[in-house]
Design a protein around this ligand. Structure first.
Ligand code: ADP
Length: 231
């Protein structure tokens, strides 16, 4: 099976006429770490939402391994979502569940056995540095810790790809850097990372592939690139 993400001539127009993406071509191979940068309203979130099937494209095709997103059926959606772990800016944690339960929940919804859950969740919490917080509720955690729960939840079903939309957007610079280091570690152990971000300092420091989007189009694609805009 070919393990890549490929955008071929992808356009997305919203119902109100706003153009999210315009004829985007992009290939992301297994193991890459890609920053998506660009001004606000450029189309970064649109790209991320198309990728995990939250929005539908109007033209072109997006391939995620064996899936073709334009013709994806409802039945295939859970399998696509298992291949893609999603991390949001605000974590989107369940407030009435503990750290452990938040992460376990992501496995329950895809039908994992309780035996697998009991084995896998502690392992992933250890990986993100939250073993000691497993019985805390989200409101008892710092912003950085909440984001680590979001990352653990994205990782728990062993996705090939982690897609993150502004994951350090609500964090102070130091915590943002710690979270970025965690993404680098996750990338090192095998996951492909696609991250939309405004964090200029972090993009410049971490020297990964940079794909810049403006007005729905890719205007730059550099290996070991820089952010390239005024923060
Ligand atoms: P970014 O993430 O780079 O800030 P977005 O992908 O959110 O950019 O937005 C790209 C364009 O699509 C903007 O013109 C925005 O107004 C429009 N857009 C984004 N989401 C929606 C939506 N749900 N409905 C209508 N227009 C949208």
């Amino acid at each position: 099976m070919k393990q890549t993400i490929r955008f071929e001539g992808v356009s997305k127009q919203y119902a109100n006429g706003h153009q999210g993406l315009v004829e985007v071509n992009l290939e992301i191979r297994r193991g890459e770490f890609v920053f998506l940068v660009g001004p606000s309203g450029a189309g970064k979130s649109t790209l991320v939402r198309l990728l995990y099937g939250e929005e539908r494209l109007n033209a072109g095709e997006i391939y995620v391994d064996q899936f073709r997103l334009r013709v994806l059926t409802h039945r295939q959606m859970p399998r696509l979502r298992r291949q893609l772990g999603i991390v949001f800016q605000d974590g989107k944690l369940l407030p009435s569940r503990t750290v452990y339960q938040n992460v376990a929940f992501a496995m329950e919804v895809v039908g994992a056995s309780s035996r697998d859950i009991k084995k896998r969740v502690p392992h992933v919490l250890e990986l993100v540095g939250l073993s000691r917080r497993r019985d805390n509720f989200p409101h008892q955690l710092s912003g950085g810790e909440q984001q680590r729960v979001g990352i653990a939840r994205a990782l728990v079903n062993r996705p090939s790809y982690i897609v993150a939309d502004e994951p350090t957007g609500n964090l102070d610079p130091e915590t943002g850097q710690d979270i970025m280091k965690l993404f680098v570690e996750i990338n090192r152990i095998g996951a492909t990372i696609i991250m939309a971000t405004h964090a200029k300092d972090l993009v410049d420091r971490f020297q990964k592939r940079v794909v810049a989007i403006e007005a729905g189009r890719i205007v730059r694609d550099q290996l070991r690139g820089a952010y390239g805009y005024e923060a």
